[in-house]
Design a protein around this ligand. Structure first.
Ligand code: BGC
Length: 742
């Protein structure tokens, strides 16, 4: 009885105090009330159900652990009903500290947008931000406080399945997209009713896994780390990202989860990050497999010391922190700091004021059935499509086409269009939620157009039994559209491939259909750059459609028939063969650069393969044509406290209105360390009507000219620079130079 009265008094005085104090004061006051067990509890995150990306630990007493204040967060817990039921248990705990519900809301919640790499191909920051905003509106209405996104890992290796989850190979584009996604998820500020905490991941350098094999080691120079891999993380942090997730890989021999340099020195030190770091799934415990920690206790020691605040699923903190404290191997301040970081976010989210504020079923119903969200998904889907080829202007198709054959294993698929990392909502009927490509085409054409279908083959395997039927169907049509690619789960986590050719006999099917002599349009569905040399060399029209999400069929039909003129550009370089990987546009020049593919006289080349990509970074066609002219620099010499204005005129010289991504590349010709042959330093996506001209303006400042010099200081160096304006990294239309003075 006495205990109950004391606790009640304590809580009453705490809540009275809470009303008027700053969040830091509230956190400190709460911390003082907490037992060690409750503190460690806050650092513990459990999986709710069987959906998992790693080994599952089943806790039969999860409920009582929550009631005892031994759990800080749950993941994979969906919906207002379920989150409310767990939150109720937390409200039965002594201090009533609310649970945080985290979820991988990667490219949408119910309304699903293109996979992130596909969406990055839109180069449309507003649209990307909007997609993240809608995802947050839906997720927050469904009980979720925290998304494990954006994934901002730079990726130069398309064998790595997780390229689908990021923004591609470029640090500049990647940084802007990281910022757009963080702002989109978090809204105006944490505490808003539909603001979801972002979690920037995976810190750091996960995308450089050796051989493109997931979870593999990373060995990387400091310069590469700072110049290529860290900028998107910093941009996300500057945009206000609330949390970070560390990564599975080791970086130069130290697992990221136990990496003090990354988490304490850079993130929480130099960058002053005030939020908290969650481990990746089980990654604290996995330091034993790395051969870095001899047991779970050592792993807990290494992780907490290095700055990992919350333990996702490994239970190393739960099982070992108390002993480590008793043995005085760690100081309570380490634990307190981690707890405070987590509590601060719970306060900022407003969960202490109302732990159920994201648990309103009516709001959930409305948010998950909002036609505006569907409309946005359709628009962003169409913006993400990249037109790779359009010989003889096969596209756009006429809506009066009499007979269209739609052939391929992906034509009538529903769930496949979601790609990897969709939120697997329970009870969803995918045939209702997703617009298949077949449905999209049917929605688009008039009743005078006859649509024919044949599957032709499966995505994988070597069965060609369906070829004859497909060829027969194709021969009856005026035009053939083919939908081929990967299965949705062939790119994603743990989905590295050593062979990134379009799988199975699909390209042989394309060949058979192409032989009919009909005009053929191929749609390529995937989460990564694929190799499809037969198609690229022989078929007149190719649309790279990625996985576009719930509105895939409508987005594709909009582009096929010209209601939307495609304006997407590749965010990654596409290789000709796996042997070229890693291949990326912003490489160094070498001392013996090859002039062209046949220049093999002791040059840096392959004797059996071209060194140029199949499709370069930044590439994408349009149904119209754009002319670039009148490049002007406001000065030819600048001091490093000055700026240069670069302007160019872009004219739509074709027959359709359309969008063009005008790209600015710079090259620092000589430096104290060698510099890339070009680096993206600006872009603008403009819309031009037929015949219209717009002037695009870029400002070059010292920041854009700076790099990590021979002493690893971020500085510019005087000298000559090339300014290149182009339609892709290889299609440079205008070029000038200038000098940076001392
Ligand atoms: C992934 C993370 C993800 C986590 C939770 C891990 O396997 O690497 O990106 O957020 O699982 O699902």
């Amino acid at each position: 009885m006495k205990k109950i009265v004391t606790t009640t008094l304590l809580l009453a005085s705490f809540f009275a105090f809470s009303q008027s104090k700053t969040i830091d004061q509230k956190v400190d006051a709460l911390l003082k009330q907490m037992t060690l067990e409750e503190k460690i509890g806050q650092l513990n995150q459990y999986n709710d159900d069987s959906k998992a990306t790693g080994p599952i630990t089943v806790d039969n007493d999860k409920a009582s652990q929550i009631r005892n204040g031994q759990v800080g967060s749950l993941l994979n817990c969906l919906g207002t009903e379920r989150t409310r039921s767990w939150q109720k248990l937390a409200m039965e705990s002594r201090l009533k500290i609310p649970l945080l519900f985290g979820q991988d809301v990667i490219h949408g919640y119910k309304t699903t947008f293109p996979v992130p790499l596909g969406e990055a191909a839109s180069w449309d920051l507003e649209a990307i931000q909007k997609a993240a905003r809608i995802a947050a509106v839906e997720a927050s209405a469904s009980g979720i406080h925290w998304t494990f996104a954006p994934m901002v890992d730079i990726a130069r290796d398309p064998r790595w399945g997780r390229v689908m989850e990021g923004a591609g190979e470029d640090p500049y584009l990647g940084s802007l997209i990281a910022k757009a996604r963080v702002i989109g998820f978090q809204g105006e500020k944490l505490g808003g009713i539909d603001a979801v905490m972002a979690c920037v991941k995976h810190f750091a350098a996960y995308g450089a896994a050796v051989g493109g094999r997931d979870y593999n080691s990373v060995d990387m120079s400091e310069r590469m780390l700072w110049e290529i891999y860290l900028p998107p993380f910093k941009a996300a942090l500057d945009a206000g990202a609330a949390t970070f997730m560390n990564s599975f890989n080791d970086l130069n021999g130290i697992p990221a989860t136990g990496n003090k340099y990354l988490q304490r020195d850079i993130l929480k030190g130099k960058w002053g990050f005030k939020g908290f770091v969650v481990s990746d799934w089980g990654s604290i415990g996995e330091m034993q497999n790395h051969g870095y920690a001899k047991d779970g206790k050592e792993a807990a020691y290494l992780a907490i010391t290095a700055g990992s605040d919350m333990d996702m699923e490994s239970r190393c903190y739960k099982n070992n922190l108390e002993a480590l404290l008793k043995e005085k191997r760690i100081d309570i301040q380490l634990v307190d700091d981690a707890v405070k970081r987590i509590l601060r976010k719970k306060f900022e989210l407003g969960l202490f004021d109302d732990p159920y504020r994201f648990c309103n079923p009516e709001r959930e119903k409305a948010a998950l059935n909002n036609p505006e969200h569907t409309k946005a998904a359709r628009e962003i889907g169409a913006k993400s499509i990249v037109l790779l080829k359009n010989d003889s202007n096969v596209l756009p198709l006429s809506k009066d086409t009499k007979t269209i054959a739609f052939i391929g294993p992906l034509v009538k698929e529903y769930k496949q269009n979601m790609g990897f990392w969709d939120v697997d909502l329970p009870g969803v009927d995918y045939e209702k939620l997703v617009v298949s490509q077949w449905d999209g085409l049917q929605n688009k054409v008039g009743k005078n157009t006859k649509l024919l279908y044949a599957k032709g083959c499966e995505i994988e395997g070597d069965n060609k039994d369906g070829f004859a039927e497909a060829v027969k169907i194709a021969s009856q049509a005026d035009v053939v559209i083919m939908s081929i690619g990967e299965k949705r789960d062939m790119s994603g986590e743990a989905k590295s491939r050593s062979n990134i050719h379009v799988p199975g006999v699909q390209e042989e099917l394309v060949k058979a259909i192409q032989a009919t002599g009909k005009p053929v349009v191929v749609l390529i569905n995937t989460g990564r750059p694929l190799i499809f040399n037969y198609t690229a060399d022989n078929v007149p029209a190719i649309l790279y459609t990625w996985w576009l999400g719930t509105e895939a069929g409508n987005s594709i039909a909009d582009v096929l028939f010209g209601d939307v003129n495609p304006g997407g550009k590749l965010p990654m370089t596409f290789p000709r063969e796996v042997g070229q990987i890693p291949i990326y546009y912003n490489h160094f020049n070498t001392g013996r650069p090859a002039k062209n593919d046949t220049d093999l006289n002791y040059t840096s080349a392959y004797i059996d393969l071209s060194i140029s990509p199949k499709f370069p970074f930044g590439f994408g066609l349009s149904y119209t044509t754009f002319q670039y002219s009148d490049l002007k620099l406001s000065k030819k010499k600048m001091k490093n406290n000055e700026t240069i204005e670069v302007t160019a005129n872009i004219t739509n010289t074709g027959k359709y209105g359309g969008e063009e991504v005008v790209q600015l590349y710079l090259r620092d010709k000589f430096g104290s360390v060698v510099r890339p042959i070009k680096e993206l330093k600006g872009f603008e996506k403009i819309k031009l009507n037929v015949g219209e001209t717009k002037t695009v303006k870029f400002v070059i400042d010292n920041q854009k000219l700076s790099f990590y010099n021979d002493k690893l200081e971020f500085k510019s160096e005087p000298g000559d620079f090339d300014v290149m304006i182009g339609s892709s990294s290889e299609d440079i239309r205008l070029k000038e130079d200038f000098e940076l003075l001392n």
